[in-house]
Design a protein around this ligand. Structure first.
Ligand SMILES: [Zn+2]
Length: 1019
């Protein structure tokens, strides 16, 4: 890839003082143990700007140089400085402008100018760097010539330069070369140039190495041998050359010993795992040096497999962003209870009811159990580790109609620390039955319950850390091949405040209902560990994965001595913005235990993928003193929801830097998403507690597949949360817009459907479509609930407009919020498609998103908010007109101003009406309405006969009945047919002038409603 550029430097070979040790480099084959090096570790050149301290040397400098006396060294230094000065003066003379350049810093080891910059900014057409037009190739040519013309300054000797990079960023062109000698790259060499956008040279520099000519460049060992040498050194088997992970290259390694340089012909080997780079002498086979390439500390990557759009897509591997990763100190647990050592219960635990300590003894004869209503799994016959556990009824099930019955820990003294947070872990084996009872409204009122609770005030009040909510729990049945024991991890810091001195935990069994009994709680291996918090994160002090799922812990903590230690890394699907729970199975967990190396980088453990096809559950620690790994995932549902919600959120944050992704209505915090909710439940919904529930579907024809296996369903539901974060300020809606009444399908109660309800659904469908729209791959995002979601149907809703008959407001507005929503969502989608045709669909997303800040509660107001955003952000009249036209096509437009001062005059069987035009340039005509006064007496409805007056301010109605009183009014309308409110009423009685004079009067009536209500009642 890329061009390679070479040139010869035809400098006559010169002998220099540092080549006096001609011939062999006498390598003392002293391979020093890593730790034993402390006194003799030497700095390593090149890259002078790289952080030091990562290189380890295994050789000493050659005997001749070591033998040189201090005086000799001082003389050499003086010679080098003089040489540098002379080279620079020659350069300045050649440039012919001694004031233009200055050396910002010298490389004192190589004697080359590390950085040269201009004293004054380049002026137009100045000097050799004058270049107004041209190509990158000309820049490269120029830089190459520049090196050749100043070869003494760069001290390249017989070396060549080779282009390694051409880049442009923010109007600066970067050109980089490396030094090569006999086609072998010189490790760490760099000759660089920066040009401005007029191609004028701004700065340059060189870390190039003189005097390589003495080096023998023919290798005596091959790279396979070199790899074997390294593998033996690492104590690993030699990885195959074809494994694609290890790279090797022959390079010239400049090694710096104090102020001296020595060169080695080496095999540079990047070993698998990306941690170690070794340098092996290609002639002697000696390991010269090694470099730890990763930055110090523990880093890793968390990825997962998700379904890109539909339930039957091939899974794609993605990084999981914004996921909290806990780094815990296992040496000094805040609390630990392993239930292994004693035949008597641990002291000071309080066990109510049938809570007991010991080895569980599930009944061997099931017949009695079944008769008593038992279901689900039995108790285990031993602990997670060891024999003993704490459990509810170690010999069988819990009972029906129990009150909550608790197992409570002793007080756990707790010192809040700004440098850590407490993470509760325990292993459970739990069976809880559920059978829903429903009240008249269909709410679930009864099911068996298990909980974990915490108190930070001596047991006066308790917070729920976890409960089974409405789900049935059958731990041993969830994952085939598992031990049945299920690791739980909870960050309990939200339940603790700065004044907490001690905490208590309790496990609750019950309340239970009267139907069915399961085995209940078994608990083992409890601990609370200190999770180190990020000293650089000012928000919550957590470590999070980046956009690609990478995380990194530093090797040192200010004021803390945490290494070496037994450390634990853990994560579950809980992040800054989203936490995901599976109602039907175990939650995803990943734990690596017993790390005692601050630079722990084993890719087998720190790069891991949650893959439902390979759950790899229950890799239990066989030896608690050695590294152990435990991770599991049960289904794509959790990963899908985590990934797609974060994907959407990242897009929203990208287009709106002010949006923080936090629900504003209640307590700020991540949204909780529950997958596989209910029994064959066929819906998904968002609740104001900031939870989203995804039903598992019923899988029947005309029914639905699992809701969380479809990206657009996830986007739709999450958009409700985002929309509501803008609307939670406005409860109840200040203006219900066009409100209609319908019947709630669940409760059979009448419910008010407002325009805001329809807007909510329209926004959700728009964003679901926008985030799945992929025309290049033939994916029509406009269909919501497609791809097999609604079994036997193509889709649930389609926000593409039927151009033959666009849905229109208010004609097509009814009592179903979903049907109503299509009027708005189709208008929005029409706008997006128009902009997408010009590659500008992001503009639609930006203005539609930001218009939500206005908190509009009607289609019409929302359009105005959209136009306001367009005007403020882009101010493009054509876009504004296009938006008006697309919304207008669906009957959504600004209400024109009403005409004023209607005056009627009468004549024989006719009324002549005049009015004043309001100052509104959107008005294209007027409608005159009239009916007889009799109708008015029975109804306050508007006059029923409509006449189009056109764009004029007078109209004559003929063919009326004399001596009958008519009531008349006028409305203006715009080009989309949207009408204004009515003018004042006018009454008129036509007559035969031969008989008598007419009656005309006006009524100022302000009680006739506003905006849409009156407009609607017309029809
Ligand atoms: Zn919805």
């Amino acid at each position: 890839m890329g061009r390679r550029w070479q040139m010869m430097i035809s400098e006559r070979r010169r002998r220099r003082w540092w080549q006096s040790a001609a011939g062999l480099l006498l390598l003392l084959s002293v391979i020093l143990a890593n730790l034993g090096l402390a006194g003799t570790v030497l700095a390593f050149l090149p890259p002078s700007e790289q952080p030091g301290g990562n290189y380890t040397y295994f050789v000493q400098r050659s005997r001749e140089k070591r033998a040189r006396g201090k005086r000799e060294q001082a003389a050499a230094k003086e010679t080098a400085r003089e040489l540098r000065r002379q080279n620079w003066q020659r350069f300045i003379r050649r440039q012919g402008n001694s004031g233009a350049w200055q050396v910002s810093s010298w490389n004192t080891i190589t004697g080359t100018p590390h950085r040269v910059s201009r004293i004054t900014p380049p002026s137009f057409g100045e000097g050799v760097w004058r270049r107004l037009f041209g190509s990158e190739d000309e820049l490269i040519d120029y830089a190459t010539r520049f090196v050749e013309e100043n070869k003494d300054l760069f001290r390249l000797g017989e070396s060549e330069i080779q282009l390694v990079r051409v880049a442009e960023q923010s109007g600066i062109f970067y050109i980089d070369f490396q030094q090569v000698y006999q086609n072998i790259p010189v490790y760490g060499s760099r000759i660089w140039f920066q040009f401005d956008d007029s191609y004028r040279l701004l700065s340059f520099g060189a870390d190039s190495y003189p005097g390589i000519e003495e080096l023998e460049t023919r290798p005596l060992i091959d790279k396979i041998k070199a790899r074997q040498i390294v593998s033996e050194h690492l104590g690993t088997s030699s990885p195959a050359e074809s494994d694609g992970e290890s790279q090797s290259e022959l390079v010239i390694l400049p090694a710096r010993f104090e102020d001296d340089l020595e060169y080695f012909l080496v095999w540079m080997l990047d070993m698998p795992g990306g941690i170690w780079r070794y340098f092996v002498d290609a002639r002697s086979g000696q390991i010269i040096s090694r470099l730890r390439r990763s930055r110090a500390g523990i880093s890793g990557t968390i990825r997962g497999k998700v379904l890109p759009q539909f339930y039957n897509d091939s899974p794609a591997e993605v990084g999981l962003p914004d996921l909290y990763v806990y780094l815990m100190n296992k040496n000094e647990p805040i609390f630990q209870a392993l239930f292994e050592d004693s035949n008597t219960p641990p002291a000071d635990w309080k066990a109510q009811g049938l809570w007991g300590y010991g080895q569980p003894t599930p009944p061997a004869d099931l017949s009695g159990l079944m008769a008593s209503g038992h279901g689900g799994p039995l108790d285990p016959d031993r602990g997670h580790t060891g024999q003993k556990v704490f459990g509810y009824n170690l010999a069988g099930d819990y009972t029906n109609l129990m009150r909550p019955t608790y197992l409570t820990t002793p007080p756990i003294s707790f010192t809040p620390s700004s440098g850590s947070k407490p993470i509760l872990r325990f292993w459970r084996w739990l069976g809880v039955y559920k059978e829903y009872s429903e009240d008249d409204s269909g709410n679930r009122t009864s099911f068996d319950r298990a909980s974990v609770e915490i108190s930070a005030n001596r047991g006066i009040t308790w917070d729920t850390v976890w409960s089974n909510a409405t789900s049935q729990i059958e731990d041993p049945f969830y994952l085939e091949g598992s031990s049945g024991w299920n690791l739980q991890i909870f960050d309990v810091s939200p339940f603790i405040n700065d004044s907490s001195q001690e905490i208590r935990l309790r496990w609750g069994m019950g309340p239970t209902d009267s139907s069915g009994i399961f085995s209940g709680w078994n608990i083992d291996d409890i601990d609370i560990l200190e999770s180190l918090i990020n000293p650089n994160d000012t928000v919550r002090g957590n470590f999070k994965t980046d956009a690609s799922g990478n995380f990194q812990f530093p090797a040192t903590w200010p004021g803390k001595n945490v290494f070496p230690n037994k450390l634990v890394i853990a994560a579950k699907l809980a992040g800054k913005y989203v936490e995901v729970y599976n109602e039907d199975s175990w939650d995803a967990v990943w734990v690596v235990e017993n790390i005692n190396d601050p630079n722990f980088q084993d890719p087998n453990y720190t790069y891991f993928i949650w893959d439902p096809e390979n759950p790899n559950n229950a890799i239990a620690p066989a030896d608690p003193d050695s590294l152990s790994v435990y991770f599991r995932i049960s289904s794509y549902n959790e990963l899908n929801v985590y990934y797609h919600i974060n994907r959407m959120l990242r897009y929203i944050k990208e287009i709106d830097s002010k949006y923080d992704g936090m629900w504003r209505g209640g307590k700020k915090g991540p949204i909780k998403a529950v997958v596989k909710w209910g029994d064959y439940y066929t819906n998904a919904f968002w609740t104001p507690e900031n939870r989203i529930y995804f039903g598992e579907g019923d899988g029947k024809v005309d029914g639905y597949r699992d809701f969380s296996l479809f990206a657009d369903i996830i986007y739709h539901e999450y958009t409700h949360a985002i929309t509501e974060s803008f609307y939670s300020f406005f409860l109840p809606p200040a203006d219900p817009g066009l409100a209609t009444t319908s019947t709630d399908t669940t409760t059979q109660q009448p419910q008010l459907t407002t325009e805001l309800d329809a807007m909510h659904e329209a926004f959700s469908d728009y964003w679901a479509a926008a985030l799945t729209h992929d025309p290049a791959n033939g994916i029509d995002g406009a269909k919501i609930g497609d791809g097999g979601f609604w079994i036997g149907h193509d889709y649930v809703r389609n926000i593409n407009t039927d151009e033959d008959r666009p849905l229109k407001y208010p004609d097509d507005y009814g009592d179903d919020a979903y049907a109503n929503s299509l009027i708005l969502s189709q208008a929005m989608w029409d706008v997006r498609k128009k902009l997408a045709a010009e590659g500008r669909e992001k503009i639609a997303d930006i203005i539609f998103h930001k218009a939500r800040y206005a908190g509009s509660t009607s289609f019409c107001d929302y359009l105005q908010a959209v136009l306001d955003q367009e005007s403020r952000l882009y101010h493009d009249p054509n876009t504004a007109i296009m938006i008006k036209d697309q919304f207008g096509k669906h009957g959504i437009s600004r209400i024109p101003l009403a005409p004023t001062n209607p005056v009627a005059t009468v004549s024989d069987r006719a009324v002549h009406l005049t009015w004043e035009a309001p100052p509104d340039e959107d008005i294209v005509g007027y409608h005159v309405y009239y009916r007889t006064e009799n109708d008015i007496e029975t109804s306050r409805e508007d006059p029923s006969v409509q006449k189009d007056a056109g764009n004029t301010t007078s109209f004559t109605i003929t063919g009326l009945t004399n001596e009958t009183t008519y009531v008349l009014k006028v409305k203006s309308y715009n080009k989309y047919g949207t009408e204004s409110e009515s003018s004042d009423y006018v009454y008129a009685t036509p007559y035969d002038p031969k008989t008598r004079s007419g009656i005309v009067y006006q009524e100022n009536d302000s009680s006739l409603g506003t905006c849409f209500i009156s407009a609607i009642r017309m029809r």
